[in-house]
Design a protein around this ligand. Structure first.
Ligand code: TXA
Ligand code: MG
Length: 351
C-alpha cells in the first residue's frame, strides 16, 4: 500500500517479513543518490548511500543538520566493514559478537571508502548493524552501506513512528518506509573504541553494564557538551526538545514530586498552561493542564520506548512549560536521563 503526504511517498511495509517489492522501491532511491526514511529497532533513520558524498549531503539539507555533526553508517553484514574502517580493535570485535545486530554504534578509525561528508571531516567513523528486518533488508537490497541519522528535523525528538517522520520531513524527502513503531525508542549507544578503555560518547540502547560485562571497564564522556571541543560533535547541540521549555527535576521520588507540585502551582498562578511528564505511579499526584506519563518507574525499557512520542505529544497540547520527572541513572536510565537533560537544555533542578 502506498499513499502520498505532501509529496512524500509512504511505503507500508511488514516489519517482520518485509515485502521484497516494497523494499526494492526504497533501495532504488538509495541507489539513485536520493534519501529515504526507514525504521530501525531504535528510531527511524534518514538514509543515503554512505559511499556517495553528494547523496549524503541531501540528508543534511533535509534535516537542517549542521554539517560538522557526523553520521552513523549502517551495515547488514560485517563483510561490509572492508574499506569503511582502517582496523577493528579486539574489544570491538568482541562487542560485535555480543551486540550486533543491535543498538550499539562503534566509532573506529575510518577507511578510504568513507567520504568526508559522512564524518564531518573527522578521521573516525561510527558504524552499526541495526536489529530490524526492514533496515537489514533495505541495506542488502541497496547493496551499499547506508549513512543515516535519526529522521527528525535537527533539534526535535527522534521519530519512533513514521507519523513523526512525516510531521518533520513530509515534502522534504521522497519516501518513508512505514514499518510501524520502533522498539527500543532511544538511539544506539555510541562507543569510541579508538581508545582503551573505550568511551561512551552517547548512552543508548545497549547499557554500560552490558558493555562492561563483555569487555570490562568503559568510561563515560562528559555529557555537558560545554567543553571546548566535545568528543562527539552531536553533544554540543540542543536536541530532543519539544516546543515548550522543559524543566527536569531529579531526586528522591517524594522530594521530586513535592518540587514539581510547587513549580506547577507557581507557573499556573502566572497564567501558564503547565504540562507535566511523569511516571505512571506519580500521575495522580499532580494537578496541571496536561499530565502525560512515560510509563512505570520500574520499567525503564517501557519508558525508553515511549519517551520521544510523549515529548512530541506536548506540542499538540500547546503547553507553555513542561516539568519532567527524572528516573534512576542505571541501565537504560542513563540514556533516558541523557535525552531528558538535552531536552531541558540546562534547566535541571537536582534535589
Ligand atoms: O540509533 C541510532 O543510532 C539512530 C538510528 C537511525 O540508527 N541514529 C542516530 O543518528 O541516532 P544521529 O545522527 O541522530 O546521532 C549520531 C550520533 C551523533 O551524536 C554524532 O555526533 C555521533 O553519533 N557520531 C557519529 N559519528 C561519530 C564519530 N565518528 N565520532 C564521534 N561521534 C560520532
Ligand atoms: Mg539524532
Amino acid at each position: 500500500m502506498e499513499r502520498l503526504v505532501q509529496g512524500t511517498r509512504v511505503l507500508q511495509v511488514d516489519p517482520v517479513n518485509p515485502e521484497p517489492e516494497v523494499v526494492a522501491k526504497a533501495a532504488a532511491l538509495l541507489r539513485d543518490g536520493d534519501v529515504v526514511a526507514f525504521p530501525t529497532e531504535t528510531v527511524y533513520g534518514l538514509g543515503a548511500n554512505a559511499l556517495d558524498g553528494e547523496a549524503v549531503g541531501r540528508i543534511f539539507a533535509a534535516k537542517g543538520r549542521p554539517s560538522d555533526n557526523p553520521l552513523i553508517v549502517h551495515i547488514a553484514d560485517t563483510a561490509q566493514l572492508e574499506g569503511l574502517v582502517a582496523s577493528v580493535p579486539a574489544k570491538a570485535e568482541r562487542l560485535m559478537d555480543c551486540y550486533w545486530p543491535g543498538p550499539l554504534t562503534l566509532v573506529m578509525h575510518k577507511g578510504p571508502a568513507v567520504p568526508p561528508e559522512v564524518t564531518g571531516g573527522l578521521d573516525t567513523v561510527g558504524i552499526r548493524m541495526p536489529d530490524h528486518p526492514v533496515a537489514l533488508a533495505l541495506i542488502r537490497a541497496a547493496g551499499v552501506p547506508v549513512a543515516a541519522p535519526s529522521a527528525n528535523v535537527s533539534g526535535k525528538p527522534s521519530p519512533t513512528a513514521a507519523e513523526h517522520v512525516l510531521e518533520d520531513l513530509a515534502g522534504r524527502i521522497p519516501a518513508v518506509l512505514d514499518g510501524g513503531e520502533t522498539g527500543v525508542g532511544v538511539e544506539s549507544t555510541v562507543l569510541d573504541v579508538t581508545t582503551d578503555p573505550p568511551v561512551i560518547l552517547r548512552p543508548g540502547g545497549v547499557t554500560r553494564e552490558e558493555l562492561e560485562a563483555a569487555i570490562g571497564p568503559v568510561e563515560l564522556a562528559s555529557m555537558s557538551g560545554e567543553c571546548e571541543k566535545p568528543r562527539s560533535p552531536g553533544m554540543k547541540y540542543r536536541h530532543y526538545a519539544p516546543r515548550a521549555p522543559l524543566i527536569l527535576v531529579d531526586g528522591p521520588v517524594l522530594e521530586m514530586q513535592e518540587k514539581i507540585r510547587d513549580l506547577a502551582m507557581e507557573y499556573a498562578e502566572e497564567g501558564k498552561r503547565v504540562g507535566i511528564l511523569c511516571s505512571a505511579e506519580s500521575r495522580g499526584v499532580y494537578v496541571a493542564s496536561v499530565v502525560l506519563e512515560y510509563g512505570a518507574r520500574g520499567d525503564l525499557a517501557g519508558i525508553a520506548s515511549d519517551l520521544f512520542a510523549t515529548l512530541r505529544a506536548f506540542d499538540r497540547h500547546q503547553v507553555d512549560v513542561i516539568i519532567a520527572e527524572g528516573v534512576p541513572e542505571e541501565g537504560l536510565g542513563l540514556a533516558i536521563m541523557n535525552r531528558l537533560r538535552r531536552a531541558a537544555g540546562g534547566r535541571v533542578i537536582k534535589i
